[in-house]
Write a protein that binds this ligand. Structure first.
Ligand code: FAD
Length: 464
């Protein structure tokens, strides 16, 4: 009997039959995320229902030297949840309960498999707000969001997922259950392991529960979509609107992105004029004075040529319509098998950085269609190269990879990040040293060895 059959045999005696799947269609479905770089090939999928069951699975996996892949909503864009080497996938689909709501603390405990949108809706039902949002919120899970330290469209106001987490329950790679921070705002008692597990991509252990901070509901959210002539103007608008208004979002996209979205019928044309770049900004219009300030800046920027055309939402319906322009981009372009880069630099460096990158793109991808969008308010740009019909996926990805070196050298030049919010997983693993020094990576490996001494947790992700 192989170690794997012994492992599965023992698990079959511990879990219910519905908690283990080995059908080829299930292996294919649960063995991959949103990326298309690697072929899924797990051996089995297990569905724990409690933290204790997760701990049992981990201890048993250590005994039999079985590699485990934590799996959330599988919307990840770095192949972090892909199992392509016969691993056992641990899915959190059956751990999706919303637990205690601590009203006085504005905090709720959720299991790792709660879908992000479900948490947003729960917060709304309590007249509160969950401050993390993005286009995949209807499928991604809190455990996956914590694994990647997900960002999204509201980071400029609420911060990344890390900023929402007041406590965690985790099962380490050794199989120990740790309760981290207990939801406290203040706790100065040494190392805060909670933060190690946020953004660890499941390489240290499993997150099974989280204590999540909820915010006050924003008031009268109002959006503007602005057509702008060049990237320099995008940065000027960020400065002008950002100084005067309490922004909740500041996003940008280019003419290729809007073209694809409008052609696919996923959103309505905001105005007739077509411009090279677009900004979508959102703020709380708490009074008429705030609206007047916003309109004043808009007019001033029109006069100075930073804005060519624009529109402001007048109702919740219009707010949602304008957001569709930005929120539909990822799904719309996914049919073109995009090669994605998700980079960030200081806002101070944005203009110079994008000039450098545009040159690299022009020199190296003269025949490829390139689509830019991103959370520019927090220095985060998504560069998407779209696959032409005449190239196979592998030929296309190979060509894109050769240019990565130039893109990431530019990221390094500006001391930026090769992965702002999507994680490293397997797709960005070869480029980690462009952002993290070799000595830092050695410390990371040493930390992993403490929590996961047998190296069974999400092996081959972030680093080898
Ligand atoms: C259309 C679209 C738009 C997107 N927009 C954004 C965006 O704006 N901002 C952004 O940050 N991301 C975005 N993403 C990427 C993705 O949605 C996020 O990375 C999200 O956090 C992944 O959550 P998930 O549950 O799908 O995780 P998965 O893809 O299942 O897993 C992600 C990582 O977390 C690990 N993991 C999963 N569950 C656990 C657990 N319980 N314990 C420990 N580790 C775990 C996995 O092993 C993997 O390494 C987008 C994706 C799509 C498809």
């Amino acid at each position: 009997m192989t170690a794997m059959s012994q492992f599965l045999d023992t698990l079959t005696k511990t879990l219910e039959p519905t908690q283990i799947k080995t059908e080829p269609s299930d292996l294919e479905f649960f063995g991959k995320d949103h990326t298309k770089h690697f072929t899924p090939a797990p051996t089995a999928i297990v569905f724990p229902k409690t933290t204790e069951q997760v701990a049992t699975i981990v201890r048993l996996a250590n005994e039999h030297n079985i590699c485990l892949v934590p799996s959330g909503g599988r919307t990840g864009l770095s192949a972090g949840a892909v199992a392509s080497n016969g691993e056992v996938v641990v899915s959190f689909d059956k751990m999706n309960a919303i637990g205690t709501f601590y009203e006085a603390d504005r905090m709720v405990e959720v299991e790792a498999g709660v879908v992000t949108k479900t948490l947003q809706d729960f917060a709304q039902s309590k007249d509160l707000y969950y401050g993390v949002d993005f286009a995949s919120a209807g499928s991604s899970q809190i455990g996956g969001n914590i694994g990647t330290n997900a960002g999204g469209i509201k980071v400029i106001r609420y911060g990344m997922t890390r900023n929402q987490i007041l406590g965690l329950t985790v099962v380490t790679g050794k199989g120990d259950i740790l309760e981290l921070n207990g939801g406290m705002m203040k706790n100065a008692t040494g190392y805060d392991f909670r933060h190690l597990f946020i953004g660890a991509e499941g390489t240290l252990g499993f997150v099974t529960k989280a204590l999540i901070k909820l915010e006050k509901q924003p008031v009268n959210l109002t959006a503007m979509v602005l057509g702008v002539p060049d990237f320099g103007s995008v940065v000027k608008l960020l400065d002008k609107f950002g100084k005067a208004l309490n922004l909740t979002a500041f996003e940008f996209f280019d003419s290729v992105a809007i073209d694809k979205v409008l052609t696919a019928g996923h959103a309505k044309e905001p105005f007739e004029t077509r411009t090279p770049f677009y900004v979508l900004l959102e703020f709380e219009a708490v009074s008429d004075d705030v609206l007047d300030i916003a309109i004043g800046i808009f007019e001033n920027c029109m006069e100075n040529g930073f804005i060519v055309d624009g529109v402001m939402s007048q109702s919740v319906g219009q707010l949602h319509d304008l957001w569709k322009l930005r929120e539909s981009i990822s799904e719309t372009i996914s049919v073109f098998t995009p090669y994605k880069n998700d980079v960030s630099v200081l806002i101070t460096h944005l203009s110079n950085f994008i000039n450098d990158i545009e040159k690299i793109v022009k020199d190296n991808y003269p025949d490829f269609e390139v689509c830019w969008f991103g959370h520019i308010g927090d220095g985060n740009l998504h560069l998407n190269i779209l696959k032409p019909d005449n190239l196979s996926k592998d030929e296309f990805f190979d060509k894109c990879k050769t240019v990565n070196q130039y893109v990431f050298e530019t990221v390094r030049k500006y001391k930026g990040s090769i992965s702002a919010e999507h994680g490293v997983g397997m797709t960005k693993k070869p480029y980690l040293e462009y952002t993290r020094s070799p000595i830092e990576i050695e410390y990371m490996k040493a930390l992993k060895a403490v929590f996961d001494p047998n190296g069974i947790m999400n092996k081959g992700k972030i680093f080898d």
